[in-house]
Design a binder for this molecule. Sequence first.
Ligand code: GLN
Length: 478
Amino acid sequence: MHIPSLTIASVREGLLARRFSAAELAAEALRYAGAENPKTNAYLHFCPERATNAAKRVDDRIARGEDPGPLAGVPVAIKDVIVTQGVRTTCGSRLLENYIPPYDATAVSRIEAAGGVILGKTNCDEFAMGSSNENSAFGPVRNPVAPNRVPGGSSGGSAAAVAQGTAVVALGSDTGGSIRQPASFCGVTGVTPTYGRVSRYGLTAFASSLDHIGPFGRSARDAATVLSVIAGRDPRDSTSAEAPVPDYTARLDGDVKGLKLGLPREYLKDLASETGDLIARGVDTLKRLGCEVREISLPATDYAIACYYIIATAEASSNLARYDGVRYTFRSKAAGTLSDMYRRTRGEGFGAECKRRIMLGTYVLSAGYYDAYYLKAQKVRALIARDFSNAFQQVDAIVAPVSPFPAFKLGEKVDDPMAMYLSDIYTITGDLAGIPCMSVPCGATRDGLPVGMQILTRHFDETTMFRLADAFERTQST
Ligand code: GLN
């Protein structure tokens, strides 16, 4: 059994042909992931008991002649900001180092109900704040393709696990690019669904109006299968959408002839680089497949980073207020009075980036600055969303870069938050507008560093996005 070459379909086929049992696969996947993990630090912890029980349920279903589910036996990794009942969930933070959640996120229970086998929890930037995975309290993740480089962030562990081959698919979270950017850096497929498509119940809140759960896979098809499983209305998340969930794999036939694609001028103007060349090549490939390509304009793009760092930090400052030393596990030992206890707990528990964001967010929400910053940013957000709606009157999908550059070296940007924030210049617009977007591998630089191409579509039209990604991928493998 060669774990890194498994797909969802090959696992299913192997199980139904009785070449291996889910229990055997789970044991081998756990052994392999444990042996490989020191190379990347992608997993923070494993949950062998949970994996073994899930695998046994799959074997029992098969023995009873029942359908074992669309993710039967598939080894899955879960970003450690998504809660798992009885399995430590740290959010990459000292504050939650020993936190054992009493419940499962909806996405997690849906994965297990579909037969998925969760191996463990993956490393990430603290509370999903970062673009390199260097903000984790438990050490950075190394990019499996180039170990002296970052895997991207904040879902760096999930991207690395899938790229390394220890998990077939993984869940990440994306608030401003944290699925697509690490997918691009590690050479895997990463999907940010429409806001509201996947329940956020059990996703630790960073910026609630921007937070999404989404899948990683080594193919568009595998990512589409996972999204079909986790998507759909959940009464436990009032922002989860009622919209029916199609089978995203049903139309992956390689035919994308006649689809109209837009290339946003603002995303390509500064991209005279190897990344730019690879995106241009990707666009040519889509043209050869029969897509019509035209230039479009998204004029508010220049304001996106400023807008995002006001809204995201404002929401974060409020969401992170709950870590007060009372409700969750960590409390400073030096605590004196109640306010001392709050101050010291938060001072010792949060890392530098979280503190920076709490301060920034508190500032933009404070009386006197609220109108100047927060309200203004909300207006800009509406303009960004309007740019996309206008564009989608002319085109079916937008094709763009994911990141201005490939994976950078560990340590290269840690001391320069502004340079780090610029990693997300092409990804945060999709989150601000709430539209589906994904990164699909489109080649590598001369140094062998992967580059991802971004595809964005209308609200709830993940189907077109997956069709394009899958058709493109077929041209890459031949
Ligand atoms: N890198 C961005 C940030 O630091 C995005 C993070 C995310 O999407 N979770 O906020």
